[in-house]
Design a protein around this ligand. Structure first.
Ligand SMILES: O=C[C@H](O)COP(=O)(O)O
Length: 250
C-alpha cells in the first residue's frame, strides 16, 4: 500500500524563538518541497509555536509540540494541554519520546493517556517507541516494542496516528540502525498494529528515528515499512533536512 511519506524534525530544546523563523526560507528554497508528495512536520519548543503559525499557513509545514498533558485543564504547573494546542490550529503532537521517558518519568501509561486524549480531540499523535542498548543486547527488542505498542492499543479507536521507531541507542549517538534492523522492527510494529486495528494498520505511517541524516536516509526510506523519519540533529540544519525531504520525494 502506498503511504504518503512524512518527514518530521524534532528540534528538542534548541534554537531561540527569535531564531526559529529564519530556518524556513532556506529550507524551503533548498528542498523544493512539494507538499503533495511528502508531509513535513517540525516538533519545536512550545515557546516557538505561536510565532511559526504564519509560516505554517503560507508553506503548508505543520508545527507540533514535543509533549502534551492528557488532561484538558487544571492544576498541572508547567504543562501544556491539548485544547491549548488545538486553539493554535495545530494537528500533530509528539508523545512518548525516549528523552521524556528517560528524564521526565514518562511511562507507558501516561503515553497511552496522551494518545487517547489526542485521538479523542481528532489530533494526530506521533507516538515514539524504541528499545535501549541494554535491551537490544539482551535480545529484548521484540518484547519491549510489543509492550510499548500494546500499552496504547486500547486507545486506538479510530483517527490518524503515526508511530516513530527510535532505537534509544541510535539517538544522537551517530549509530544508526541498519536498514535491515530498522525494517525488521517496523514490520513487527505493523504486525502488532494489525492484531489491534486490522487492515487500518496498512495506512499507518511508521517513521524511523536515530541518527538519520542525508547520507543514510535513502536506504532507510527504501524499506517496505519505513514511511519517513523523525530527525533530531539533522533537522536543525536547513541544508541537511532539505536534502532528506528531497530524498523522500524521489
Ligand atoms: O526525535 C528525534 C530523535 O531523537 C533522533 O535524534 P537524532 O536524529 O539527533 O539522533
Amino acid at each position: 500500500m502506498a503511504r504518503k511519506p512524512l518527514m518530521a524534525g524534532n528540534w528538542k530544546m534548541n534554537k531561540l524563538p527569535s531564531e526559529a523563523a529564519d530556518f524556513f526560507p532556506e529550507f524551503l528554497e533548498l528542498s523544493k518541497w512539494q507538499k503533495e508528495q511528502v508531509d513535513v512536520v517540525f516538533a519545536v519548543p512550545a515557546t516557538h509555536l505561536d510565532r511559526l503559525l504564519d509560516i505554517g499557513e503560507e508553506s503548508g509545514i505543520s508545527f507540533a509540540p514535543q509533549n502534551v498533558h492528557w488532561e484538558s485543564a487544571g492544576a498541572f504547573t508547567g504543562e501544556i494541554s491539548i485544547p491549548m494546542i488545538q486553539d493554535l490550529g495545530l494537528n500533530y503532537a509528539l508523545v512518548g519520546h525516549s528523552e521524556r521517558r528517560q528524564y521526565f518519568a514518562e511511562t507507558d501509561e501516561t503515553v497511552a493517556n496522551k494518545v487517547g486524549t489526542l485521538l479523542s480531540a481528532k489530533m494526530t499523535p506521533i507516538i515514539c517507541v524504541g528499545e535501549t542498548q541494554v535491551e537490544r543486547e539482551s535480545d529484548k527488542t521484540v518484547e519491549v516494542i510489543t509492550r510499548q505498542i500494546k500499552s496504547f492499543a486500547s486507545k486506538l479507536t479510530g483517527g490518524d496516528f503515526v508511530v516513530a521507531y527510535e532505537p534509544v541507542w541510535a539517538i544522537g549517538t551517530g549509530l544508526t540502525a541498519s536498514q535491515e534492523q530498522a525494517q525488521d522492527v517496523h514490520a513487527l510494529i505493523r504486525r502488532l498494529l494489525k492484531e489491534e486495528i486490522g487492515e487500518q494498520a496498512d495506512t499507518v505511517r511508521i517513521l524511523y528515528g536515530g541518527s538519520a541524516k542525508p547520507a543514510n536516509i535513502s536506504g532507510l526510506l527504501a524499506q517496505d515499512d519505513i514511511d519517513g523519519a523523525l530527525v533530531g540533529g539533522a533537522s536543525l540544519k536547513p541544508a541537511d533536512f532539505a536534502a532528506m525531504v528531497q530524498a523522500a520525494m524521489k
